[in-house]
Design a protein around this ligand. Structure first.
Ligand code: PEP
Ligand code: MN
Length: 339
């Protein structure tokens, strides 16, 4: 994990003052960067816990003051934006259901643009279905509203295919997003992706291996009693030990990579020393060709060389495609030297 890895953690929902403050206290030990809690909860069915609402913003504010932690909450309307920014919320996130709707995203962007206090950052979850343009479009609308930074959060997709995840990862969609927006910070939300605790550690490990810039994770002081998303929340202690184990594994892995990397460096130096020797010989051939008025490019000779190398590649288990590309590059350079 690199040092500027962004770690956002906190409960799915702010349920009570005590639950919010106790969870934040536990999470401070893990060195989290931002404390999250849902104040208005989007629920699939009516009658479920929909968050405490505006009242709970006060508890988030207490976390900010007591623990010196920036705070984040979800907004899905202009009213939410106004209330959250009035309450000095630092980061706003846009939920997956909201990202799906460009009308709502625009309403949120407009509400941020006219508010005198700007968020430090906006986190945009991927839309429900793997539509990269919808995700990029939401980010672009929000990049125009005056926030310091807009980040992307991969929380998985509904694909209609059977999967053990609550929302299946689509790594290629997140890389397609990075291709369109190369400078954006990309975070993983393993909680909503997994939907269950057991799948979370390996998702975190994949995010680290794939070079993600951070995580947004749900953590609750008493996960089994959580009023929303109980199955996917971790205690602050469990989160701490999962992150510690991954950190130890990734740093010891890099220790064992060191001698192999030294070998690679030495091999690369030898390869380039040989190429430079080959270019010297090529230059001498060029002088002879010039004095005897022979053509620089001799098709038959190159075809013969290429065939020999491709035969060798096959016998030695190297891909013909790679050997052909290398030979073409070397030959092109030799021709240039002889002209
Ligand atoms: C959440 O982060 O609490 C949430 C509701 O996320 P999503 O929009 O990814 O479902
Ligand atoms: Mn949740």
């Amino acid at each position: 994990m690199n040092l500027d890895f962004l770690l956002i953690a906190g409960p799915c929902s702010a349920e009570s003052r005590e639950q919010v403050l106790e969870t934040a206290k536990g999470l401070v030990a893990s060195g989290i960067s931002i404390f999250r809690a849902g104040v208005w909860k989007p629920r699939s069915k009516p009658g479920l816990f929909e968050g405490v609402g505006e009242e709970s913003l006060k508890w988030l504010n207490e976390v900010k003051i007591q623990f010196h932690l920036p705070i984040a909450t979800e907004v899905s309307s202009a009213d939410h934006v106004r209330m959250a920014l009035d309450a000095e919320v630092d980061y706003l996130w846009i939920g997956a259901r909201t990202t799906t709707n460009p009308f709502l995203v625009q309403e949120i962007a407009d509400a941020i643009a006219v508010h005198p206090r700007k968020p430090k950052g906006i986190l945009v979850k991927n839309p429900i279905s793997p539509d990269v343009n919808l995700w990029v479009g939401a980010i672009e609308r929000l990049q125009a509203c005056g926030a310091e930074e807009v980040m992307a959060v991969h929380r998985g997709f509904q694909t209609g295919q059977p999967t053990e995840y609550r929302n299946a990862p689509c790594w290629s969609a997140s890389f397609a997003l990075k291709k369109q927006l190369p400078t954006i910070r990309l975070l993983l939300d393993p909680s909503h992706m997994a939907g269950k605790r057991r799948l979370i550690p390996s998702l975190i490990e994949q995010a680290v291996a794939l070079g993600y810039d951070g995580l947004m994770i749900e953590s609750h002081i008493h996960p089994d009693q959580a009023l929303s998303d109980a199955d996917q929340q971790l205690t602050p202690e469990t989160l701490h030990s999962i992150l510690g184990a991954i950190q130890t594994r990734t740093s010891s892995a890099s220790d064992s990579l060191l001698p192999l990397r030294q070998q690679i460096d030495e091999i690369d130096e030898s390869i380039f020393a040989l190429i430079s020797k080959r270019m010297e010989v090529s230059r001498k051939i060029g002088q002879i060709k010039k004095s005897e008025s022979l053509p620089v490019f001799q098709e038959e000779r190159f075809a013969e060389l290429m065939n020999k190398r491709l035969k060798w590649a096959k016998e030695n288990g190297l891909s013909a495609e790679m050997v052909e590309a290398i030979m073409n590059a070397i030959h092109e350079e030799s021709c240039k030297l002889q002209m």
